[in-house]
Design a protein around this ligand. Sequence first.
Ligand code: LLP
Length: 418
Amino acid sequence: MHFFTYKKGELFVEDVPVKELVKEFGTPLYIYSYGTLIRHIRAYEEAFCEISHIICYAVKANSNLAILSLFAELGIGADIVSGGELFRALKAGIKPYRIVFAGVGKTDEEIEYAIKNNILMFNVESELELYKINEIAKKLKKQARVALRINPDIDPKTHKYIATGLKTSKFGIPISKAVEYYKVAKSLENIKIIGIHKHIGSQITETDAYVEALRKLLELYEKLVQADVDIEYIDIGGGLGITYKDEEPPHPKDLANALIPLIKNQKGKLIVEPGRSIVGNAGILVTKVLYTKQTDVKNFIIVDAGMNDLMRPTLYGSYHEILPVTQGKRQKIVADIVGPICESGDFLAKDREIEKLSPGEYLAVMSAGAYGFSMSSNYNSRPRAAEVLVKGEHYALIRKRETYKDLIKNEIIPEDLL
Ligand code: LLP
């Protein structure tokens, strides 16, 4: 459910016409709907309200400070994967005791930064990482709270690049080794075990994989209780899918209904780490048609947003709905919608049936709020897009468009070497 609708043929974000925003801020432009963000957070809060839980929003999905600040005000926590994300989360006012830190390659500096800031827990992904965290905590004369990220070997039936809980994946600790590693963790003086974690993948459209993974996790939990390991938090990761085309992903309530019966008699507090399902359908990317061209075999609509602005179609072959900002009675054609980047892989859509737009008209790439701006780059020396947040009839710029000067601001010409 979102607040991007046509009113008299014009696409609106809540009560603001997209055209007005484009006039003021230019394109490519990311636009987010405040009401949609709030609605999605509430959907999770309500779904899990009957059990003790924390929602740790996955910052990687969209890490804009304004959006994080909104979540901080709502009392949401954060799932982070880098020092940079920790910096953003803290700056936005997210409470350290609601921050969990995953990732297979945490550096010494990142670990130290997180311990010093008293985050809730590290989701540890290997035996060596346990020793490393212990060593750094010891140096700081602190205890580091940890959960072990368990790889339950479950197929979430999603794109192979975003499946993370398969045996062959780099993530987590094999479930067969879990008890052994918990014993190691228990023996380390500056480690305090407080949780158990798993995250099996992203854009998951059925609850079955979640249920199976949680069952496996709870079997392990029982073994740990018997081994006298105290678990306060059961972190089930994120991953709930959204509708890009015709997917019918479970609502957070469906997920809660499937999981709560399994978990409600455990003493562990539940942590959920949604990213995409919070921000995905709360954002669009608006782009301007620059040119159209027709070859012997294809129609092309060339727009001013490229794979540097939205990487998902190129990287995963992802489908994003693309709508004209102003509806009209145009002829329908089948076209590739492509960006200006010098790569054949630079496309937003392939062989898409779309209205024949003319140069100067605008298109909205839907469901671009998650892993859109956050995966964007400066490839081809293109300044990154601006971001705007709309609330009712009000709006605010939440990230300025980069300038050419921004592109080179960290570069140095070493006069004595040249
Ligand atoms: N927790 C952990 C440990 C994760 O690795 C992720 C996502 C999440 C939570 C949030 O998952 P979500 O609820 O957003 O599905 N760039 C890809 C998605 C990569 C997801 C990586 N991990 C895409 O554009 O589809």
